[in-house]
Structure formats: structure tokens, C-alpha cells
Write a protein that binds this ligand. Structure first.
Ligand SMILES: Cc1cc2nc3c(=O)[nH]c(=O)nc-3n(C[C@H](O)[C@H](O)[C@H](O)COP(=O)(O)OP(=O)(O)OC[C@H]3O[C@@H](n4cnc5c(N)ncnc54)[C@H](O)[C@@H]3O)c2cc1C
Length: 406
């Protein structure tokens, strides 16, 4: 029996492209080329999870993903679940650990380990790697494809587009995938940076720089709730960062002007917190108001809340009125910051938007416009929240595309 697609070109040596190449190469007699524009494959992978590589999340169910038609991702994600990711990497010799929140990391705590086992596997599978090979054009000629980079030309029977998205441009994130897709008749949605820092207009964050807190966040616009999240927030000199902030950045990107970020800095309701503060004032009547939250919040954060609530920091706790305490409670449970926007693609972890999925089959990831063309990973209009979801999509979609419809 002759193999379908005897020569396959995978364009992009990132997470999804490496997976697609490995799966495609499982068919005996097939030649698989992995074409990468940078000097090395997997450069972005090395930077993931702050160098630890949060390679999946055990809670990465299809309902967690976004896109104009997020349901498109279901078939790929169901066919290759987080458990499959663990099994797959275990088969390559990688030991992993599952941390709170379902986040999966290599036991070594080093993204290098993930890339190393993938590189060994590619080598073993005899995938032909061509780095420093930026594919500039892909043309369908009859039943095969002609790919060109400078003066070099390659022929392939099938092409898997795995060029990633525009996010992480410092690490080589580019728009090539959208351009190559467009030249083959595909359209893309608008592109928005996601999983990135939220920029606020308030003066408060500057003094709060460096403080981390577990918080609940809500994003509103003209009184309407746009999105909410909870988890770690980090204050920066321009706004907020950290997983809970990142998870709202997609909504900020899409949401337009007049957005307000509301931060609940303690896990209590108003009544509970008020009771705690009354008890505090009774116990430490001689302390200054600036110490109202001492022992409950980071000192600097506590002082900012006292000030934001309109209380003079030097007044003694015994002198604070009911109204003043209630105002401090409201400020602490609804610390509101007007939003200016998000940081751009340079620092964003993922692109929201991409090649429109309606022109691809969700069952195979093959183009409905160009037979033999497949796409996977971030180049498609699918993205996930913070915590290993985007790499899970890269592995799952790469796995499906690598099957080339079989
Ligand atoms: C700083 C940072 C941290 C992150 N941390 C996490 C994390 O911990 N967990 C998580 O799940 N996700 C994380 N992500 C997101 C995740 O890395 C991406 O969603 C994922 O890598 C996408 O995989 P991909 O294969 O689609 O694209 P990429 O991994 O970006 O790979 C695309 C590859 O294609 C190559 N390429 C592009 N154009 C061409 C061309 N014309 N010719 C040849 N090659 C080309 C690129 O150079 C690149 O190597 C992070 C992202 C960033 C930027």
C-alpha cells in the first residue's frame, strides 16, 4: 500500500508543528520536513511558564477555549486530552508533575527538558529539520505544493501550517501564518493581544509595584459585567499582571473604552470585613488609621486603601466613624481602577483571533478551500486562558493535523 501524502512539509517548528511532524512521521515511508524560520526550533516553548513550561492543564476542557466559533476546537481537544499529553510526554521520557489548578510542569522545572525530549523524538522519527528557513510563499500546483524561501524551493504533497500567532514577538511571534493562509484563499479575524498586562489609568499601581495578592477581579463597562476571574494579581508600575489579570486581558482587548477593573482584595463580604475592622479598632484604639489593614493586607496596599477611602492616615483607629470604616471596606472589596488598555503583542502570551475556522474541517483541520493544506496551533482563531491551556491546544491540534485526515 502506498502512503498518502508521501512528502509532508510542516511550516513552523513550534509546539504544534513539532507535534504534527512527529505524528505525520509515524507513517512508514513518508518524508516529513519541519521548516523553521528561526535558527532553532521551539524558541517560544523555552520561554513558556517563566522558563518552567506549563505544558498542559488537567482542566483543559473544550468549553474553556475562545474564538469566534470556539466549538471548532472540541474535536481536536477531545481526541487528545491532557491525560493523552501526559502519556505522550511520558512516552518520550519526560517526567511531569501536576500542580494546584491542574497546571502541568516538567518535574525538572525546566522548559529545556520539554524541548529536549521533542528534539530527540524528531531525530528518532527521522523528521528532516530545516531551520533558518522562513517560508515566504506556498503555492498549490496541481496536486502538490511548492514552498519557497529565498531562492530555495521545496515540493510537498501536503502542508501543515503551524506558524503560530503574532503574540510574543520578542520570541519570534510573527504574522507569517496569516499571510501565507491569506495567499491560499483563507481569511482571518481581527487580532488582539491576550494573556498580557492590563494598563490602568490610576496613580495607585505605581506605588503598589511589586505587590502580589490573591484576589477576585471583575471587569465592567458602563455598569455591565464583561468578565471576571480570580487568583494571583501582581501590581506593576503601569497596571496589573499575574494569572488573574492575564485572564481578563482578552476581554480588555475586545472591550473598548470606559472599562473599570474592580479588585476584591480580601475573601470576605462587606459585613464580615466590617466586623473584623470593628474588632481591630477596639483592640488597637491608639494605632493610626494607616495601620487599619496591617496584618491583613500588604502594608503598602493597606495604606493605599485607607487613603483611597478618603481617610486621613494619622487619625487614631478609635476616632474612625462607621461611615469611614464602611468606606474602607468598600474600597478594599471593590478597589476600582479605570483601564487604559493592554500591553501589545510584544509581551502578550497568545493571540486572540487568527485564521477563520469556518474554512477548516474541525474533524481533520484540513482546509475546505485547499485540499492537502492543514493548520494547527495559534495561527487558527482559537485561544485559551492562562495555565497550560494554549500549549494543550497546540499539542491537541498538532496531533490531529499530523494525522493528515487519516
Ligand atoms: C512568554 C510566553 C509564555 C507562555 N507561557 C505559556 C505556558 O506556560 N503555557 C501555555 O500553555 N502557553 C504559554 N504560552 C503560549 C504558547 O507558547 C503558544 O500558544 C504556543 O507556543 C503556540 O504554539 P504554535 O505551535 O501554534 O506556535 P509557536 O510555538 O509560536 O511556533 C510557531 C513557529 O513557527 C515559526 N514560523 C513562523 N512563521 C514561519 C515561516 N514563515 N516559516 C517557517 N517558520 C515560521 C516560528 O518561528 C515559530 O517557531 C506562552 C507564550 C509566551 C509568548
Amino acid at each position: 500500500m502506498t502512503c498518502s501524502y508521501p512528502t509532508v512539509a510542516v511550516v513552523g517548528g513550534g509546539a504544534s508543528g513539532m507535534m504534527a511532524a512527529l505524528i505525520a512521521a509515524q507513517v512508514p515511508g513518508r518524508r516529513v520536513l519541519l521548516l523553521e524560520r528561526q535558527q532553532r526550533i521551539g524558541r517560544k516553548l523555552l520561554a513558556t511558564g517563566n522558563g518552567r513550561c506549563n505544558l498542559s492543564n488537567m482542566n483543559a476542557a473544550p468549553e474553556e477555549y475562545f474564538g469566534n466559533d470556539a466549538g471548532f476546537a472540541s474535536a481536536a481537544l477531545r481526541a487528545f486530552t491532557p491525560e493523552d499529553t501526559l502519556r505522550f510526554f511520558s512516552g518520550l521520557g519526560l517526567l511531569t508533575v501536576v500542580e494546584p489548578g491542574g497546571r502541568v510542569y516538567p518535574l525538572s522545572d525546566s522548559a529545556n527538558s520539554v524541548l529536549d525530549v521533542l528534539r530527540f523524538a524528531l531525530d528518532q522519527a527521522e523528521v528532516e529539520l530545516q531551520s533558518s528557513f522562513p517560508v515566504e510563499t506556498i503555492v498549490k500546483t496541481g496536486r502538490s505544493f511548492l514552498l519557497q524561501s529565498g531562492t530555495e524551493k521545496l515540493h510537498a504533497d501536503a502542508v501543515i501550517l503551524a506558524c503560530g500567532g503574532a503574540a510574543g514577538s520578542k520570541l519570534g511571534g510573527v504574522s507569517d501564518g496569516y499571510r501565507l493562509g491569506k495567499a491560499l484563499g483563507h481569511r482571518r479575524t481581527g487580532l488582539y493581544p491576550s494573556l498580557t498586562r492590563i494598563l490602568t489609568e490610576s496613580d495607585y499601581p505605581r506605588s503598589l509595584k511589586g505587590i502580589r495578592v490573591e484576589a477576585r477581579l471583575r471587569l465592567t463597562r458602563k455598569g455591565l459585567l464583561l468578565a471576571e476571574s480570580s487568583g494571583e494579581v501582581q501590581f506593576t508600575d503601569t497596571g496589573i499582571s499575574g494569572p488573574a489579570g492575564f485572564d481578563l486581558s482578552r476581554a480588555v482587548s475586545f472591550g473598548g473604552d470606559s472599562q473599570i477593573l474592580h479588585i476584591a482584595l480580601l475573601p470576605f463580604d462587606e459585613e464580615e470585613l466590617l466586623r473584623l475592622l470593628y474588632a481591630r479598632c477596639r483592640r488597637f484604639p491608639g494605632l493610626e488609621a494607616s495601620e487599619l489593614f496591617t496584618g491583613m493586607l500588604h502594608n503598602r496596599l493597606g495604606r493605599v486603601i485607607v487613603k483611597a477611602a478618603g481617610n486621613s492616615p494619622e487619625v487614631e483607629l478609635s476616632a474612625l466613624t462607621d461611615a469611614q470604616l464602611k468606606s474602607a471596606v468598600r474600597c478594599c472589596l471593590d478597589f476600582s481602577l479605570p483601564v487604559r488598555g493592554v500591553e501589545g503583542f510584544e509581551t502578550a502570551q497568545v493571540t486572540a483571533g487568527g485564521l477563520m475556522t469556518d474554512s477548516f474541517s474541525p474533524e481533520t483541520l484540513e482546509s475546505r478551500l485547499v485540499p492537502g493544506l492543514f493548520a494547527c496551533g495559534e495561527v487558527l482563531d482559537i485561544d485559551g486562558p492562562c495555565g497550560g491551556y494554549n500549549l494543550q491546544w497546540a499539542w491537541a491540534s498538532g496531533h490531529l493535523a499530523g494525522r493528515l485526515g487519516s
